[in-house]
Design a protein around this ligand. Sequence first.
Ligand code: GLC
Ligand code: CA
Length: 509
Amino acid sequence: MPKWLNDAVFYQIYPQSFYDSNGDGIGDINGIIEKLDYVKELGCNAIWLNPIYDSPFMDAGYDVRNYKLVAPRYGTNDDLVRLFDKAHEKGMKILLDLVPGHTSDTHEWFQKAKKAEKSEVSNRYIFTDSVWEAPPQYRLMCGICERDGNYLVNYFSSQPALNYGFDKVTHPDWQLPCDHPDCLATAEALKDIMRFWLSKGADGFRVDMADSLVKNDDEKYATAKIWRGVREMLDKEFPDAALVAEWCHPQRAINDAGFHMDFYLDHHGNGYSKLFRYDKWGDKAVFNPNGKGDLKSFADEYLPQYKLTKNNGYISFMTNNHDMPRISAYHDKQTIKLINAFIFTMPGVPFLYYGDEIGMRYQKGLVSKEGGFSRTGSRTPMQWTSSKNLGFSTNDETYLPVDASADAPTVENQKNDPDSIYRVVTDLIALRHKYDDLKGNGELEFLYDENKIPFAYKRGNLVMYFNPLGTQYEMNTQYSGETVYKIGDAEFADGKIKMQPQSFVMIKI
Ligand code: GLC
Ligand code: CA
């Protein structure tokens, strides 16, 4: 287990939208290098970069054409190595995005595999044995290759699934078992890509759709086995490298598959939405001034996973990512502050999505860009200053439109505002670094009273009290002590804490 993870706070950078250093309207690697000090000032000591590989950008780079080449619009491989080096000089780590489940249909493997003529990569993807063979349970692209067969896609139509085999082989004429040499070769090709970047200085990977490798793998044990092999390689060759899964099932990702971290997102019905999101859980989100939130459904889901995985890895809470509307689409400023207080005081390794630290807004109604669709509104350019394009680029056109509202938050105006989200985020991250109790593997004990909101939890000698409600609330507490941090206000008296509406207090007992 890489030791640095215990005190890691990640910043997620969507490269095309962060900072444009050469005035072509698209963010780039040199732009990220220029802003490393900004990220460091936030208190983040690690960065996850969305895909920076050569790609036709049908899915914003999750459709990789060449895993070993930086997309020219972002710079060169040398620029990326320079980013690793600069980050390391500043004591920061960089994780790349690894897309193991599929490539672009323009990848040279696929270009070769779709030909009629057989080659060493004919089984790198999953083709049926004839174009007339198209079982409806698989997402297949039919009748478009020279080769007589249909191929399986993993996400969009331009993303053919890589072949790691089938756990349950139901169509032996074209489905290979996982231990087939050609399926094992796919896993080796994946390790080869990882070694390529790790040996150049990358500090690990965020793994895209990590659970999607083996097909007909209901319990995901066969997929987990492949990741175990990857973990063995890392332990031996790159013991400081970190892997975070987009699996969203910590028990499987951490305990079964050997990931160091797993994102806590809203797949598989986990508790993420129950905390923060209105879209799936209506007004039942815990962080919601109306008080209809259901803390128990979060705790019942999260706590067992936490207990089962805490000795093996970290669950990662995140402010948002590039796949969901920003939380500002649902919540008022005070609630957003409380959400940040929660994310940065829970165990595990937290992730901050670029722009969330200034409360950037989800831009509704944008025309889809590069396969973004409803996600496009969370991918707009970072807002730095009040100058042209809010300081993102000097070009007249930008990757996506910048927030045009008169009161668009920027780093500049948020930094100078004592009441800003920026202040709360940076204060909380600083506290996380200061107190060992707040770090990744520090203890956690929920003190909520029969799963009611408001609620509280204790981490070592620190106790966190949350009142997300729009009304004042008094709750019993056996603890008292020095106030370490607060949002809103609260008073302690006679074994009770009286919390003002939408408030948070951290005390040291
Ligand atoms: C992941 C990525 C998403 C991408 C998809 C397909 O969910 O986060 O952006 O579109 O995988 O690679
Ligand atoms: Ca640029």
